[in-house]
Design a protein around this ligand. Structure first.
Ligand SMILES: Nc1nc2c(c(=O)[nH]1)N(C=O)[C@@H](CNc1ccc(C(=O)N[C@@H](CCC(=O)O)C(=O)O)cc1)CN2
Length: 533
C-alpha cells in the first residue's frame, strides 16, 4: 500500500509535550484601580504557593471558592501586621480539569494597585523558595521557575494540553476583543467549540473519502473496486456535497465580516447642514466640532459606535461646496468626503429644510446621483437589502432643521416630494429631523438599524467570526483542492484526486491546529473494509 505523507506542510505544534517546568502567574483582570483583581497562577507549584501564602498545610478543596487570609513571606522588615496582604477569595483547579490543563490557583483580591503588586511579589517569592528547588532537582529538572506569564500564555498552554483547538483559541481572543453584541455572538461560536466541531466533522468526512480512495487505488487491480464502481461515484457525490457546504460556510463568514468590521456609514451634505450635530447625537457625545461657520469640518472625523447592536464606523465629511468658491485645503477635504461616501455601505445625506444657499443642490444633487450609480462589488450584491430605486449606494436623506420651518405640516410634504423627485429617492427614505430639538432622530436611527440587518443578511443564522487565517485556509487551500478533486475525478484520475482529498484534510488540520495522521485513514479503512481478511 502506498502511504502518502499527510503533513507535507511540516507544521509541528509540539502539543502534548508541555510538561512545562515553569509555573506562570499574571494579573488576569485589567490594570489599575478596581474593586477586585484576579491573579491567576498555573503550573505545578501553584498549589504549594497557595498553601504557603495562606499558611495552611491543608490542601485546598478543588474547584471551590474559599475565603483565605494571604500572608507576605516572612522576610518582611516591617511591623508584623504588615505580613497580612489581603483577605482573598481563593480557588484551586487541580490538573487536568482546569483552563490550562495544569494546576491552577486563582486569587480574587482587592483591586488596589499596591495590593495587587504585593500579592504578585509574594507569589513570585513563595514560588522561588529553595525547598521547591530541591524537589525539582530530585525529579531531574533543572530549570524550574516561577515567572510572570507572557501574553496569551495561559491559553497557549490550554492549546498545548489539548484543552482547546486553534479555533477555540481564536474564539477566546474574539471574546476579549468583542465590543458589540454581534461581535460577541460571532466570537462565542468559535470559543464555545462550534467551529471545532464543524471543522472536525469536515475532516472526518474527508478522511472517510480518503479511505475510500485508498481502497479504490489498492484493490482496483484485484477487481474489488474499479473507477466506474459505485464507491468512486459515492466519493464524488460526497465530496461535492461537502464542497458546497464549505462554500456556504465561507460566504457566511464573509457576510458576518461586515458586522464585525463595522458598517461604514457616511454623512454627506452641504456646509452647515448639521452633519456634525447629527453625528454628535448618534455618538451621544461631543465627538466632532460643531460650529455654525460653514466649512469647519475640513477633514474626516471617524467615529466607531454601536447602533442597535451593530458596530458602525461613522464618517463625518467636509461639506460639499462648489469647487470654485473654496480654497485648496477645503477642496482636499471635499475630495476625501467623496471618497468616504463612495466607500460607505450607507450614506446619510443631510439636507437643511431651510436653504441658505440655493446652490446646494447643484453639488449635492450631482454627488448623490453619482453615488446612486456607483457600481458595487458584485460579491456584495446579495447583501444589498431592499428593492430601493437606487442602483448602487444606499442613500438616506435626513431633512434637518425642520424646527426652522414656518409651518412644517404644510411645508414638509412639499419639500419631501420635491427632494424625492430631484434625488430619485423614495419618500420613505427621507426623514425630517431637527438636531436642535431632537425630533425624528429615533425614527432615522431605527431605519438605519433595519438597513444594517439587510446588509449582513444572515437570515436566521448567527454571525460567525473566523480569523483571516481561517478564511484564507478555507479559500486558498480547502476549496481549491476539493475543486481539483472533482476535476481529477471527472478525468478518472483516482490517484491525483485522492491526493487532493488528503491535501484538503491536512488544510483543515491547519485550521484547528491538529495535523492529520495516516493512522486515522488506516483506522477508517480497517473499520470499513476488513482489509486483513
Ligand atoms: N474566575 C474565572 N472566570 C473565568 C475564567 C477563569 O479562568 N477564571 N475563564 C477563563 O477563560 C472563563 C471560563 N472558562 C473556563 C474554562 C474551563 C475551565 C475548567 O476548569 N475546565 C475544566 C473543568 C470543566 C468542568 O467543570 O467540567 C475542564 O475543561 O476539564 C474553567 C474556566 C471565563 N470566566
Amino acid at each position: 500500500m502506498v502511504i502518502y505523507p499527510l503533513s507535507a506542510s511540516g507544521i509541528s505544534f509540539r502539543r502534548g509535550l508541555s510538561t512545562s517546568a515553569s509555573t506562570i502567574y499574571a494579573l488576569s483582570t485589567a490594570q489599575g484601580r478596581a474593586a477586585l483583581a484576579v491573579i491567576r497562577i498555573s503550573g505545578r507549584r501553584s498549589q504549594k504557593i497557595l498553601q504557603r501564602m495562606t499558611r495552611s498545610s491543608k490542601p485546598l478543596p478543588p474547584r471551590t471558592a474559599s475565603l483565605r487570609r494571604l500572608y507576605a513571606p516572612r522576610v518582611t522588615t516591617l511591623a508584623p501586621a504588615s505580613e497580612i496582604l489581603d483577605d482573598a477569595l481563593t480557588l484551586f483547579f487541580p490538573a487536568p480539569k482546569s483552563y490550562t490543563g495544569e494546576d491552577i490557583v486563582e486569587l480574587h483580591v482587592h483591586g488596589g494597585r499596591a495590593v495587587v503588586n504585593a500579592v504578585m511579589d509574594a507569589v513570585c517569592a513563595y514560588g522561588r523558595e529553595a525547598e521547591d528547588a530541591n524537589t525539582l532537582i530530585e525529579s531531574g529538572e533543572v530549570e524550574a521557575q516561577v515567572r510572570y506569564a507572557n501574553p496569551g500564555e495561559f491559553t497557549r498552554r490550554a492549546y498545548a494540553n489539548f484543552r482547546m483547538d486553534l479555533t477555540e483559541v481564536e474564539g477566546v481572543s474574539g471574546m476579549i476583543d468583542a465590543e458589540t453584541e454581534t461581535q460577541r455572538i460571532a466570537a462565542i461560536s468559535a470559543a464555545g467549540g462550534y467551529m471545532r466541531r464543524l471543522y472536525n466533522s469536515w475532516q472526518a468526512e474527508l478522511l472517510e473519502i480518503s479511505a475510500l480512495m485508498a481502497a479504490i487505488i489498492d484493490f482496483s487491480e484485484e477487481g474489488y473496486f474499479d473507477k466506474s464502481g459505485s464507491l468512486f461515484h459515492d466519493s464524488i457525490t460526497q465530496t461535492s456535497k461537502l464542497l458546497s457546504s464549505i462554500q456556504k460556510h465561507s460566504e457566511k463568514i464573509e457576510r458576518s465580516e461586515i458586522l464585525l468590521a463595522g458598517v461604514k456609514l457616511a454623512l454627506l451634505g452641504p456646509p452647515n447642514a448639521g452633519k456634525s450635530s447629527l453625528l454628535n447625537l448618534f455618538a451621544r457625545r461631543d465627538a466632532a466640532i460643531v460650529s455654525t461657520t460653514p466649512g469647519t469640518t475640513r477633514d474626516i472625523v471617524e467615529i466607531g459606535l454601536e447602533l442597535g447592536g451593530y458596530k458602525v464606523v461613522l464618517t463625518d465629511t467636509a461639506g460639499l461646496r462648489l469647487a470654485s468658491t473654496i480654497g485648496d485645503v477645503e477642496a482636499e477635504g471635499i475630495n476625501r468626503a467623496k471618497r468616504a461616501s463612495a466607500e460607505a455601505d450607507v450614506v446619510v445625506a443631510v439636507i437643511p429644510a431651510v436653504m441658505e444657499d440655493p446652490q446646494w443642490h447643484k453639488v449635492v444633487r450631482d454627488e448623490i446621483l453619482t453615488l446612486q450609480q456607483i457600481g458595487v462589488d458584485p460579491n456584495f450584491d446579495d447583501y444589498r437589502m431592499d428593492p430601493m430605486p437606487l442602483q448602487g449606494k444606499k442613500v438616506i436623506v435626513a431633512l434637518n432643521k425642520t424646527d426652522l420651518l414656518q409651518d412644517s405640516k404644510l411645508e414638509l410634504p412639499v419639500l419631501i416630494n420635491q427632494i424625492s423627485k430631484e434625488l430619485s429617492i423614495s419618500e420613505d427614505h427621507i426623514f425630517p429631523i431637527s438636531c436642535v430639538e431632537g425630533e425624528g432622530i429615533d425614527e432615522l436611527m431605527q431605519f438605519l438599524v433595519n438597513s444594517f440587518e439587510g446588509l449582513a443578511d444572515l437570515g436566521s443564522d448567527v454571525p460567525i467570526g473566523a480569523s483571516t487565517r481561517v478564511q484564507e485556509i478555507i479559500r486558498n487551500d480547502v476549496v481549491p483542492s476539493l475543486q481539483r478533486f472533482l476535476e481529477h475525478a471527472q478525468d478518472d484520475d483516482v490517484v491525483f484526486a485522492s491526493e487532493e482529498i488528503r491535501y484538503a484534510a491536512d488544510a483543515i488540520g491547519k485550521i484547528t491546529g491538529q495535523s492529520t495522521e495516516m493512522e486515522d485513514v488506516l483506522g477508517v479503512v480497517f473499520s470499513r473494509f476488513c482489509v486483513g481478511k
